[in-house]
Design a protein around this ligand. Structure first.
Ligand code: G3H
Ligand code: 13P
Ligand code: ZN
Length: 316
């Protein structure tokens, strides 16, 4: 099966009350770990590439790795998605490179400007049979810098349901990333995780059957945090979104859940462990191999949290 877009996946996810994982890829081992997990679990998959990933690995290498994954797994529907495209040009380049889905994230711009930029991307994407995820509201994490938002007043930057309705109508976007108190990275909350799931609920009621996306949805799993801290790391305050909250959101109209930090932490934890336990090891296969296995096991677990294990066929 060639790369697909998200339409069938989101329709099935809405009907079945589950979500698809949007997993970020930066290299071969991360991609293989994720893909072998979905292959064993027979799950649909959204592989996402950020601007940083494009710059790090180059699109030619990433695309070749992803094409190999598609060729080796003909029964698994896979989407190639641009994560956080910031301009029309980045989105156009990705569409021209063969992406089947792009995100235009103009959420740091004023409402009218966000609509204008998003509309332009939607027009070009739809002409090329590509779907568009847009964003309204501001997460913490990477967007704090852009928007000058501190994590203390993140709650004031949640997506406004009235604006969400108008935004979707006026832009024609295919899915919407909403801000509900999550942020990117490993330090999402200072003390206790707090999410505004009521915002998701209300937007879902105002836009029935419209796919919503949750960014910043890594859980910062204890297993990997503990390994990192045990083997020379220093991340005692890392805190993620509880998986119970993800399950709640998925029961609403959240169809896509973005996970990158949990992949990074799984890989880092295993590499640290091998280096600490085997200081004479210098064969990259001996530490990247265990890292790839850890990613695979972690993604398999996530597919059950999202409820998309076993759903590959109905999403094809
Ligand atoms: O949105 C954030 C993702 O984790 C991608 O991060 O821009 O460092 O590749 P990145
Ligand atoms: P995490 O940092 O929580 O993994 O979020 C990733 C993300 O939202 C990518 O767009
Ligand atoms: Zn994101």
């Amino acid at each position: 099966m060639a790369l697909v877009d998200t339409r069938k996946m989101f329709d099935s996810a809405l009907k079945g009350g589950y979500a698809i994982g949007g997993f970020n890829v930066n290299n071969m081992e991360i991609t293989q770990g994720i893909v072998s997990a979905v292959a064993e679990e027979k799950a649909p998959l959204i592989l996402q590439v950020s601007r940083g990933a494009r710059a790090y690995a180059s699109m030619a290498y990433l695309k070749a790795i992803i094409d190999a994954a598609v060729a080796e797994n003909p029964n698994i529907p896979m989407v190639l998605h641009l994560d956080h495209g910031d301009t029309f040009e980045t989105c156009k380049q990705s569409i021209d490179d063969g992406f089947t889905s792009v995100m235009i994230d103009a959420s740091s711009r004023p409402f009218e400007e966000n609509i204008k930029v998003t509309k332009g991307v939607v027009e070009y994407a739809h002409d090329n049979n590509v779907v568009v995820e847009a964003e309204l509201g501001q997460l913490g994490g990477i967007e704090e810098d852009v928007a000058g938002v501190s994590s203390d007043d993140v709650s004031e930057h949640l997506t406004d349901p009235d604006e969400a309705v108008e935004f979707v109508e006026r832009t024609g976007c295919d899915s919407l990333a909403v801000a509900c108190g999550t942020s990117h990275g490993a330090y999402k909350f200072k003390s206790e995780p707090k999410l505004a799931l009521d915002v998701i609920q209300e937007i879902g009621e105002r836009l029935p059957g419209f796919p919503l996306v949750m960014h910043g949805s890594s859980s910062v799993l204890k297993e990997f945090k503990d390994l990192i801290n045990k083997y020379g790391g220093d991340m005692p305050d890392a805190m993620g979104v509880p998986e119970s909250a993800i399950s709640e959101a998925v029961k609403m109209t959240v169809c896509k859940v973005n996970i990158d930090t949990d992949l990074r932490m799984a890989m880092t934890a295993k590499v640290r462990q091998v280096f600490a336990e085997k200081p004479r090891e210098f064969d990259p296969r001996k530490y990247l191999g265990p890292a790839r296995e850890a990613i695979k096991a972690m993604v398999k677990h996530k597919l059950h949290i999202l409820g998309c294990a076993g759903k590959a066929a109905e999403c094809s």
